[in-house]
Design a protein around this ligand. Structure first.
Ligand SMILES: *[C@@H]1O[C@H](CO)[C@@H](O)[C@H](O)[C@H]1NC(C)=O
Ligand SMILES: *[C@@H]1O[C@H](CO)[C@@H](O)[C@H](O)[C@H]1NC(C)=O
Ligand SMILES: [Zn+2]
Length: 576
């Protein structure tokens, strides 16, 4: 996934910084442990959960979902439990990691510079060799040279296809950090003891790309013929927002299948969270926050610094920045926030939540005061507050060029991640409101997108413009066939597969949201059923390493992801 950090840079340092995204993911991960920021409750190893902890009056909103067991599941056991399958699977992932498909912030059109993309061509050859049946039986098309589009023709072409996404590119590895890796970043080393496969892309997201191909290769080997066409769509610049890959692929698909022409989309995203002893919550991402960069320019007059005005453009801009920072967006917690579903599962099934918090989560659907309390709690915790509000961060500032010349122009960029209930317009309007106030205070004119509401004065004017914007993603449904099949398949893969023979492990299915975006940003027109989910158990260390040093994935987590895709394809055929 692409983590667009607030400073606009990728986290390449040894620790990668505490990026908002990592902080958020980590927050979710510890949801059952430290939700209130209080010390951990020490849970005795013997404590087994005694089912749902609801009182008689409360209705369960995170009940156990009925697993959907596909009638065709020939290789699911093999995928999950066979040593030879695992060995060969690890080898495939490992070799994929060894091809360093790094992508940079700015990249040329592939047709203009094949050399730049040499590793991607090598990656394509590797896929051809590694998945012979896929390449024999599916149609492969290349969109904008390097975007990979595979189509497995279904026997009933009038049915809408299912679409799996992933991206071929990885974030670069900072050369200075190579020595900090336990195993080199492009080694793809597998360590049997920890069961970890190491390297850049092991988690983001060669794992998913390889899992999708491997599931289909296995279905082909097993003689499966889908009713519904199955499509794979792999961009190659997701980590720089997908303008060359996903944007073209999505347009190509919309051209071919039309608006709403796809049954469902599965892309990278979140996985299965262990939130308590033996308690797992699968959390597909059903919403993404929006994004806007607002450029504010204070246009003043130049002149010699020996006869300055009371406030230079830098002073005016600074005052405005202070005002913006002192007036953050308020929280807007509502029950349709996907986070609430995860909190509900924690409240119903985990024993570690502080009692008060649990009570408010369970009562929130019916009780306004509890909703308010919950909002207050979430907004007071840095791990959660940005999931229920629009953020504002001034990330770039330029003003002045010389010590003895007045700065004619001062300009700064305000980056926002927009709450799912808000919009680009509402966000920009909030900045403009404060900018206009400051313009009045200092006797400047004011313009938004070049339209003046206060004419330019002899001092100058402040101008507010949008540089780059994306509305919050439409929230994917959590009812209806597409959701039911997704949730039922997840339940089956874990309950009857990964946890088979264990009676100390329970899995529930919830949702969550993302403060960043995947390549799905370009795919909204194809279906409303977009689920960002990899069927892997996420452990705490995972999030410390995505985009950073020591990126690695448990081989067992990779196998469950393969099993999920295998079952999902069959389940959609049999249930939709
Ligand atoms: C990477 O892992 C190695 C071995 O576990 C450890 O010594 C090193 O500190 C880790 N690097 C970072 C930056 O966490
Ligand atoms: C979706 O369709 C609308 C209307 O045709 C279009 O304006 C928009 O650009 C499309 N979105 C994407 C992401 O292609
Ligand atoms: Zn990714």
């Amino acid at each position: 996934m692409a983590m667009r950090l607030q400073d606009g840079s990728k986290s390449l340092g040894p620790k990668g910084g505490r990026s908002p995204l990592r902080r958020h993911l980590h927050g979710l991960l510890t949801v059952g442990l430290a939700l209130a920021g209080t010390a951990l409750y020490v849970v005795s190893q013997r404590s087994s959960r005694e089912g749902v902890i609801l009182s008689g009056k409360e209705v369960s909103r995170c009940g156990k979902i009925e697993p959907i067991v596909p009638s065709f599941k020939k290789s699911v056991d093999l995928i999950l439990h066979d040593a030879e399958f695992k060995r060969s699977s690890v080898e495939k992932l490992s070799k994929a990691i060894q091809i360093p498909t790094e992508i940079w912030d700015v990249n040329p059109e592939p047709a203009d510079d094949p050399e730049w993309y040499a590793h991607f061509y090598e990656f394509h050859r590797f896929l051809e060799q590694t998945f012979p049946l896929v390449h024999e039986r599916l149609t492969r098309e290349k969109v904008n040279e390097l975007g990979l589009l595979y189509t497995w023709e279904g026997s009933e072409p009038e049915l809408k296809p299912v679409l799996f996404m992933a991206h071929q590119d990885v974030v670069p590895v900072n050369k200075e950090t190579w020595d900090d890796w336990e195993y080199p970043p492009f080694s793809g080393h597998y360590d049997e003891k920890s069961d970890l496969v190491w390297g850049r892309g092991s988690n983001d997201c060669k794992n998913l790309l390889i899992a999708e191909l491997e599931a289909i290769e296995q279905l082909l080997l097993d003689g499966y013929q889908p009713k519904r066409s199955v499509i794979l769509s792999f961009g190659f610049d997701e980590e720089s927002s997908g303008p060359l890959g996903a944007r073209h692929l999505a347009a190509f698909l919309e051209d071919r299948y039309g608006r709403d022409g796809i049954f469902s989309i599965i892309d990278e995203g979140f996985g299965v969270l262990p939130i308590d002893e033996g308690l797992f919550v699968a959390s597909p991402i059903t919403a993404e926050k929006g994004y806007v960069d607002v450029v504010v320019t204070v246009n003043g007059k130049g002149g010699h610094s020996s006869v300055p005005p009371d406030h230079t453009t830098i002073g005016v801009a600074s005052d405005l920045i202070t005002v913006l920072e002192d007036n953050p967006f308020g929280p807007d917690f509502e029950l349709d926030n996907p986070l609430f579903s995860l909190l509900t599962c924690a409240a119903e099934h985990s024993k570690r939540l502080p009692k008060d918090l649990r009570k408010h989560i369970l009562r929130a659907p019916k009780n306004k005061a509890s909703r308010k309390m919950l909002e207050k709690f979430l907004s007071s915790d840095v791990r959660f507050r940005d999931l229920i509000r629009t953020t504002r961060a001034v990330d770039v500032f330029n003003g002045g060029i010389k010590a003895n010349a007045l700065p004619e122009v001062s300009t700064f960029v305000v980056n926002h991640r927009i709450d799912i209930h808000s919009s680009v317009e509402e966000t920009v309007a909030a900045d403009a409101y404060f900018a206009e106030k400051i313009a009045k205070k200092y006797g400047y004119g004011f313009a938004r997108n070049g339209e003046f509401s206060i004419p330019e004065t002899e001092l100058g004017y402040i101008d507010v413009k949008v540089a780059k914007a994306l509305e919050p993603a439409p929230v994917s449904p959590t009812s209806g066939a597409a959701w039911d099949i997704l949730a039922g398949t997840i339940q089956d893969v874990f309950e009857n597969g990964v946890f088979a023979g264990r009676d100390d492990a329970e899995l529930y299915v919830s949702t969550t949201l993302m403060p960043a975006n995947t390549d799905t940003r370009y795919y909204w027109n194809l279906t409303k059923n977009i689920y960002r989910f990899v069927a892997s158990i996420l452990d705490a260390s995972t999030f410390e390493t995505i985009h950073s040093v020591n990126e690695s994935i448990k081989a067992s987590s990779h196998l469950s992801a393969i099993a999920f895709i295998y079952e999902y394809i069959v389940n959609v055929d049999e249930n939709a």
